[in-house]
Design a binder for this molecule. Structure first.
Ligand code: DAT
Ligand code: MG
Length: 155
């Protein structure tokens, strides 16, 4: 079956600490996820606002936008037959208290600081993954990747 793609982000709180950044990167490498593309950047506030549009109006929206634009982040396109769910499982629950109790060995359970500064992002569906990948990797053609690269990775 076809490999699925997801967007993963390492957020400013985790990128700011080289050992945590490295630990998360190693968790990706030692998982079954394949790194398709990666990129380091600082996000413009307007791009954050657009990316998190679904949360506009929530009490944490402003805080979230400020935080995500506050320093360098790392973006990955990851592939696996169940990439969306696998990466979300590795991350653990959104909120830090729950992450520490329900999934203490997950990335958020291990390194999350608060409900906002929770180390990582992962797309929540194949549909949002497509939109989110396009936002971070405008030159990436999913169609070409499925035609030219995916068949090789699946061998
Ligand atoms: P996820 O990142 O697990 O997909 P989400 O889409 O519900 O979670 O929210 C996006 C981000 O917004 C989340 O990673 C951190 C922030 N956030 C969510 N709920 C929050 C809350 N109750 N308090 C503070 N920040 C929150
Ligand atoms: Mg989400």
């Amino acid at each position: 079956s076809l490999l699925q793609l997801t967007l993963a982000l390492i957020k400013p709180d985790a990128v700011a600490h080289p050992l945590i950044l490295e630990a998360i990167h190693q968790q990706i490498l030692s998982s079954q996820l394949l790194i398709v593309r990666t990129r380091d950047l600082v996000w413009r506030r307007e791009d954050c606002q657009r990316f998190y549009q679904e949360h506009a109006g929530r009490f944490f929206y402003q805080r979230l936008v400020e935080f995500m634009a506050s320093g360098p982040i790392r973006a990955y396109i990851l592939a696996h037959k169940d990439a969306v769910q696998l990466w979300r499982t590795l991350m653990g629950p959104t909120r830090v208290f729950r992450a520490r109790h329900v999934a203490p060995d997950s990335i958020r359970g291990s390194f999350g600081l608060t409900d906002t500064r929770n180390t990582t992002h992962g797309s929540d569906s194949v549909v949002s993954a497509r939109r989110e990948i396009a936002a971070f990797f405008p030159d990436f053609s999913e169609r070409r990747w499925y035609a030219e690269e995916e068949p090789m990775l699946r061998l």
